[in-house]
Write a protein that binds this ligand. Sequence first.
Ligand code: ADP
Length: 215
Amino acid sequence: HQLRTPLTGASWALEGLGKETLTPAQKELLDTASGAVTRLLKVVNDLLDIAKIEEGKFGYQFQEIDVGKFLEEELQNAAPIAKQYQVKLYFEKPAEPLKFTADQSKLGLAISNLLDNAIKYNIANGEVSVTVKKLEGKPYLEIIIKDTGIGIPADRFNVIFDPFHQMDSSHTRLYGGMGLGLRNVKRTLELLGGGIEVNSTVGKGSVFKIWFPAE
Ligand code: ADP
């Protein structure tokens, strides 16, 4: 809280500065400050999550979830970033309500991390699509997040899940983050009894597949 609260306060205060009354130069400074605070907040949140996961304090709360509604909400939350990066989001909602039992906030954290990446590491006018299905003959759900972005070389498919791994140091400057997001996603899914896998072609895009028990 000593890290997160002051940063949230700063972010909130910057949001409150009436943009209409500012000169273009002041607006630019304000955007720089907001961007810096947002990136720092992501790093702090990632570090706090990793600390909690490792200490075993990442308590779980299970509830019944309608996966269609749940994913729609996650996509809505990601819409502002998608707009900023000029990326279109698509969701193939299941034809019939698909209910399952899981920890909504943990799963939400994993999905929002993957959506953020699919948007950030995309190209202008790129796309991100999300699909979900129940695995045949197994009480598991599978969610696929597909992007049309920069892609990942095959020799990095495993290491991107390691802590502090970023493919390119320029990514830190451009997109913020510290290479902890995917590490947290993987650990969270493993602790839920699921997993994650990536497939990608450089210059074409990436497909992240996650699965977890639905009961
Ligand atoms: P970060 O917080 O730096 O985004 P992540 O752990 O989420 O860290 O991702 C690690 C690295 O994997 C990123 O720095 C990026 O190079 C690469 N990466 C993750 N997702 C994608 C994606 N959808 N497309 C291309 N590269 C990706």
